[in-house]
Design a protein around this ligand. Structure first.
Ligand code: SF4
Ligand code: SF4
Length: 182
């Protein structure tokens, strides 16, 4: 029967020679390939001690931003939730009370803010939609977890440290964003 392609190979059914029965040439050839890899640059790295730099356009876990006085920028307007194609964002708005001006930048703030990381596809639409520069995607990824609850990130998990009271932690968290933020 005529083959449809030219990829078929004739099987060699000749009896093996004495040398071939010892498998020595094949073993030596195989060891040669193994040893040649010893002198090549390793494609693996010792994670987590060593980490590869992320691409400049990498989009990871979100961070909720504060202003230079440490006040929360988010006004719970809901635009990020509307823009989110995965419906991963939920929030509850609250009114700022007298005396809370040092906590919240605007008269309305997010009393609750949650992102379901199991739904998030890290598209960055929430960051694009936010009119208050309140949410940014960082260059860190979601750590592994044993339960689904651990992937529901609450406001406390997402808020960037306060630049006034925790300047070192704030600078470190800001560094994970990988771009200038307001
Ligand atoms: S990155 Fe995309 S999917 Fe994730 S919360 Fe933002 S808008 Fe939703
Ligand atoms: S993060 Fe931005 S878009 Fe989302 S609710 Fe807060 S202010 Fe609005």
């Amino acid at each position: 029967m005529q083959a449809l392609t030219k990829r078929s190979k004739q099987v060699d059914r000749r009896p093996m020679t004495a040398m071939e029965k010892m498998y020595l040439p094949s073993i030596i050839k195989g060891m040669g390939i193994t040893f040649s890899h010893l002198f090549k640059k390793k494609p693996t790295i010792n994670y987590p001690e060593q980490q590869r730099p992320f691409s400049a356009v990498f989009r990871g876990v979100q961070i909720l931003n504060r202003d230079e006085e440490g006040r929360e920028r988010c006004t719970a307007c809901g635009l990020c939730a509307v823009a989110c194609p995965a419906e991963a964002i939920t929030m509850e708005a609250a009114e700022r009370q007298p005396g809370e001006e040092n906590l919240y930048r605007e008269e309305k703030y997010a009393a609750k803010y949650e992102i379901n990381m199991l739904r998030c596809i890290f598209c960055g639409f929430c960051e694009e939609a936010c009119p208050k520069d309140a949410i940014y995607l960082t260059q860190t990824f979601t750590p592994a977890n044993y339960g689904r609850e651990g992937f529901i990130y609450k406001k406390e998990d997402l808020l960037i440290p306060n630049p006034v009271t925790q300047p070192e932690e704030y600078a470190k968290a800001k560094g994970t964003i990988g771009k200038d933020i307001k």
